[in-house]
Design a protein around this ligand. Structure first.
Ligand code: ATP
Length: 582
């Protein structure tokens, strides 16, 4: 098969938008494709060389690609760069460069799909010191024999810029028509795709083994399963209409979803988009290797960034520090994580996805050793909506996004967004825009670097009317090492042996203080909380107002306890900033 046939196909697809015409052209192309090339052609249509979950990269950026173009067509790199600035499209630059070349047709060999693919494969596998030169030479060999149109699409594939916009589901439709004879088999083909996330593999099975092969397809550890997603409701009452009877409510952790495949002592991590992210989380790999008591298993969970001294969750953005290629060990130390597992899909040769959730959770509980930051998602099983509401507020205040409510009978529906999982997030958001001054009324012992001091402080606002102090949050972030060291010295002189009579707290602190020291605190938002007592019951029965993700700013030794921000002021701040979440 000639590469020009593919290039012509790409050109045609770029011009059409009607899905049915795209499918017709795809079917024609697939029918023309030799059996041994079918998977490769599918990957190229997707603008890839390998499925992204292999995590294999070509290692060719814009600069090296231009170098290869320059070498092939004898045009200076700086001229190509000038062209790139003008057109902003490197494919076009390669196309023009190829058309400018005085063709020495005598030795020109037409490009075949096989040769293009094998060369790209070789480029990807070339590693080591001098690999860049070799990669450029291999690529320029392809450009030498490429027509302008081929050069354009080759360049786009290499740089991941093909973007034909042919959706996976469209390719599945075309595969069904081309090889399964009747569209009635589409669901079975999609089922197999959901289990392997690899359209090339599906195409290969279809052409070689037909529908029989597709029906027999089983989960293979190492190949990601397309992830199950959740539907959304606005409030707890709606959940009851969707899932009757008892249900599992779980904290919706605000981190990065992972699907972990453990194969013997090897652990591979896939992201929500099924990319191989194993290298970003060497610590998670270690935790799972040690904590999963089964030889081969596939589990899912959420990685959450934590404050190592207090164990508190940090916002999702903190995980961005793991998105780097170098010095990952530094990021591992500086930005530690916890893992909360919430599902199991496979164990020692057996697929578990068709088992009800309640059974899967039991198996998960059996194989997970909860230690060293590896835990199970916090869960309650209930049909009591008030209990769920309370659990929801607790989740938010602890840095979660809300709850995921799960049907206990629900199977794991790979690749589907259905009502077996329902997300309940906040409908209102009250942004915190100014800091508040709060009184320290209690403290919790620290861990790690803070073992000799306190890890977090329990702080309160002043209720002027009742002349009492009402708790607003636990602050464990924002302290410098010196701030931490000074805590016992500053606070211990006010230490008392039980909660002060003028402090209203539902939380049990490790240590209590007479209300005296004032600190300035800012957070991300003000939320309702079943645990904190500031403005208790004023907005909602059984809840107070709390600060989410609070951070210490400074000591306010100039203020005494009665100068602290009042509970009424906090109520005003909450109301003023309250906005509906879209
Ligand atoms: P959102 O943008 O609201 O997070 P999403 O589109 O990323 O949504 P959803 O299907 O809406 O994904 O929500 C499910 C996500 O919630 C999962 O992908 C997972 O990352 C996360 N999550 C956190 N905790 C849990 C849990 N206990 N069970 C299932 N998913 C959880």
């Amino acid at each position: 098969m000639l590469f020009i046939e593919l290039a012509n196909f790409f050109e045609k697809i770029e011009r059409i938008t009607a899905r049915s015409t795209i499918i017709d052209s795809l079917v024609n192309l697939l029918r023309k494709t030799p059996k041994d090339l079918i998977d490769k052609v599918i990957y190229l249509i997707q603008g890839e060389i390998f499925p992204s979950f292999y995590g294999i990269e070509l290692g060719l950026g814009e600069k090296l690609t231009l170098k290869a173009v320059s070498l092939a067509y004898g045009i200076e790199s700086y001229e190509l760069e000038k062209m790139l600035k003008r057109f902003g499209d490197i494919g076009k630059v390669a196309e023009i460069a190829a058309s400018k070349k005085k063709q020495v047709t005598l030795f020109k060999q037409p490009l075949t799909v096989k040769r293009v693919y094998e060369t790209l494969e070789k480029i990807a596998k070339t590693t080591g010191e001098k690999s860049q030169d070799l990669k450029v030479r291999l690529l320029s060999g392809l450009f030498v024999d490429a027509s302008p149109k081929e050069a354009k699409y080759l360049t786009r594939i290499i740089l991941g810029e093909l973007r034909l916009g042919v959706a996976d589901m469209t390719i599945l439709d075309a595969l069904t028509i081309a090889y399964a004879k009747s569209i009635g088999f589409r669901d079975e083909i999609e089922r197999a795709y959901n289990l392997c996330s690899d359209l090339g593999e599906i195409a290969k099975i279809l052409v070689n083994e037909g529908l029989e092969g597709i029906r027999k397809y089983k989960i293979k550890p190492g190949r990601p399963i397309r992830m199950m997603l959740a539907q959304r409701v606005e409030n707890v009452k709606e959940v009851a209409f969707k899932i009757g009877g008892k249900m599992a409510a779980e904290w919706k952790y605000d981190g990065e979803r992972i699907q972990a495949h453990k194969i013997g002592s090897k652990v591979i991590l896939f992201s929500r988009r099924l990319e191989n992210i194993t290298n970003q989380y060497p610590d998670a790999v270690e935790m799972l290797r040690k904590g999963l008591k089964s030889n081969e298993t596939i589990v899912e969970g959420e990685i959450v960034a934590i404050n190592p001294d207090t164990g508190e969750f940090l916002p999702f953005q903190e995980l961005m520090h793991r998105r780097r290629k170098h010095d990952i060990e530094i990021a591992v130390k500086r930005y530690p994580i916890n893992i909360f597992l919430f599902d199991i899909l496979y164990k020692d040769g057996e697929s578990l996805i068709d088992k009800p959730y309640i059974d899967r959770r039991k198996i998960l509980e059996e194989i997970v050793e909860q230690k060293n930051g590896l835990m199970l998602s916090k869960q309650i099983i209930t049909d009591n909506l008030e209990e769920i509401e309370k659990f929801f507020l607790e989740a938010i205040e602890n840095g979660c996004e809300g709850l995921i409510i799960k049907d206990l009978k629900g199977t794991y529906r790979a690749g589907a967004r259905e009502w077996l999982w329902i997300k309940l997030k906040k409908s209102y958001h009250s942004k915190m825009i100014e800091p508040v001054d709060l009184v320290v009324v209690g403290a919790f012992y620290g861990k790690g670097r803070r073992a000799k001091s306190y890890g977090a402080l329990l702080v309160a606002s002043y209720n002027k009317e009742k002349d009492i102090f009402e708790t607003v949050c636990k602050v464990g972030s924002g302290f410098t090492d010196t701030d931490i060291e000074r805590l016992p010295e500053i606070l211990n002189k006010y230490r008392i042996n039980k909660c002060h009579p003028r402090v209203f707290s539902k939380m049990e602190a490790d240590v209590w203080f007479e209300p005296n020291v004032v600190i300035e605190v800012i957070g991300d938002e003000l939320t309702l909380s079943p645990v904190h007592t500031c403005c208790y019951g004023k907005i909602q029965a059984g809840s107070g107002i709390a600060i989410r993700f609070p951070r210490f700013l400074r000591y306010r030794f100039d203020k005494d306890a009665k100068d602290a921000t009042t509970s009424d002021e906090i109520l005003e701040m909450y109301k003023r900033q309250l906005k509906k979440v879209e």
